[in-house]
Write a protein that binds this ligand. Structure first.
Ligand SMILES: Cc1cc2nc3c(=O)[nH]c(=O)nc-3n(C[C@H](O)[C@H](O)[C@H](O)COP(=O)(O)OP(=O)(O)OC[C@H]3O[C@@H](n4cnc5c(N)ncnc54)[C@H](O)[C@@H]3O)c2cc1C
Length: 418
């Protein structure tokens, strides 16, 4: 809604990207590098958000290599993880082994995602056509002759009207752009939610793996080591928080310590339910990722579950595919609405496969009721097989670390003729 009391600004650009997450930032960087005028809108003042994935996968690291900035990125504080282990009923089981992947980095880099996004923003700012607007929230779409022709932006102290040849919705699972454009997702239903809380470490706290999965008596938790604290992600049945709350905070703390004994000294920090955030897990997909003037990518087009920790990677692959297909046409002002379906055509089969694997994992593994019965401390068949057969560990690493349809940077750095 326009507020006449606020100053307003009008901007014309070739591409306006709504959302400064992995998909939007990577697309902004690639387009600006190709000489496209691009505005990226991020509604928050910074990238510092707790519940972003911490995983930068081998295929994303490979893209940074292709962009010539891998060495610089590896100076950002991170923990390389070349294989993953999990604890099932106190028994350590080997998981994916990334050391055989055909990539320059044969590991997942664990780093809080704000480090990664800050890095991509710094890379983007090297190009004069990269215009990143923080604190800028898309609140409306501009429609002209039945097509999306721009975005209305609330930038706190002023309003912006951005007219663009192409608008990209990269504003995540709760997308405003998608809703304003009247696009509806097909939802696939997920039986789990995630409780997200911090556990401070002290001098005696063990440090080891950057991430570790714990399964015990039908319960599951992931601990991500973020230096002076662990980020904890406890999987619960969807809608199960109220029941946990009804049993009281002390019972919750005891449940966590039973599951992960090393956090015993840290658990008193969870002294209020306000410190336990409920993250709703979704898996869904837009039947059509575009309409005239508008393209949706990343979680906006297909929300990914945290299962496998692959959503960030997939969002980035969407961005690379979009830049490969459209950068030159955007720069030369030759992109037509008839082109917009090409991103979905290229990417959708890989997304379908990945989501199907995630849904299977939810049913078989992450659904707490199915992991194991209380009191049964035997290892389930799946982890037993994976632990014993190296090929399976490598296969899982390939799906997680590279994905079904890895994209490569096909665009080049634009050097305008003198
Ligand atoms: C609990 C949980 C844990 C997860 N853990 C992992 C993990 O470890 N590894 C992994 O790979 N994936 C993980 N995922 C999945 C991953 O977070 C997503 O798939 C990925 O973030 C999608 O990237 P994106 O750029 O499409 O969207 P997002 O990361 O959601 O980014 C969207 C951006 O748009 C901004 N925005 C929203 N609305 C507006 C607006 N109106 N105007 C301007 N800006 C706006 C938001 O502030 C945000 O910065 C997890 C998901 C969940 C739910």
């Amino acid at each position: 809604m326009s507020n006449p009391a606020l100053p307003s600004e009008k901007v014309h650009t070739q591409c306006c990207i709504v959302g400064g997450g992995p998909a939007g930032m990577m697309l902004g960087l690639l387009l600006a590098r190709s000489g496209v005028q691009v505005v990226v809108l991020e509604k928050h003042a910074d990238f510092f958000r707790d519940f972003r994935g911490d995983t930068i996968h081998p295929s994303t690291l490979e893209l940074l290599y292709e962009l010539g900035c891998l060495d610089e990125f590896l100076k950002v504080p991170h923990q390389p993880m070349s294989s993953l282990t999990v604890s099932i009923n106190g028994k350590i089981v080997d998981g994916p082994d990334f050391s055989h992947l055909p990539t320059h980095c044969k590991f997942v880099a664990f780093t809080p995602q704000w480090h990664f996004l800050d890095f991509i923003a710094r890379q983007g700012k090297r190009y004069p056509t990269f215009d990143l607007r923080m604190n800028a929230e898309a609140v409306g779409l501009i429609e002209q002759d039945g097509r999306i022709a721009g975005v209305k932006v609330d930038a706190a102290d002023h309003e912006i009207e951005i007219h663009a040849d192409l608008v990209v919705g990269a504003d995540g699972r709760g997308s405003t752009v998608r809703q304003l454009a009247g696009m509806q997702v097909e939802d696939f239903g997920v039986p789990i939610d995630v409780l997200w809380f911090r556990l401070p470490k002290n001098a005696n706290s063990p440090s080891g793996e950057p991430s570790f999965g714990y399964f015990k008596n039908g319960l599951m938790m992931i601990l991500i080591d973020r230096g002076d604290y662990w980020q904890a992600a406890h999987i619960i049945p969807k809608g199960g928080l109220d029941e946990l709350k009804s049993r009281g905070l002390e019972a919750f703390r005891q449940r966590i310590v039973d599951l992960v004994p090393i956090v015993k000294e840290a658990i008193p920090a969870v002294d209020d339910w306000d410190k336990v955030k409920l993250l709703s897990v979704q898996v869904n997909r837009l039947p059509q990722w575009s309409r005239p003037g508008l393209l949706c990518i990343g979680d906006c087009a297909h929300a990914m579950s945290p299962a496998g920790g692959i959503g960030v990677n997939i969002a980035i692959q969407d961005a690379v595919a979009t830049a490969n297909l459209f950068a030159e046409k955007l720069r030369e002002e030759k992109l037509t609405d008839a082109d917009l379906h090409l991103v979905q055509k290229r990417r959708e089969w890989a997304i379908r496969w990945t989501q199907n694997v995630q849904l299977l994992l939810h049913r078989k593994l992450l659904n707490p009721a199915k992991i194991q019965k209380p009191g049964d401390d035997s290892l389930p068949l799946g982890p037993r097989l994976v632990g014993k057969i190296p090929f399976l560990r490598q296969l899982i690493a390939r799906v997680v670390g590279i994905g079904f349809c890895p994209e490569h940077v096909r665009t080049s750095e634009y050097r305008p003729r003198a």
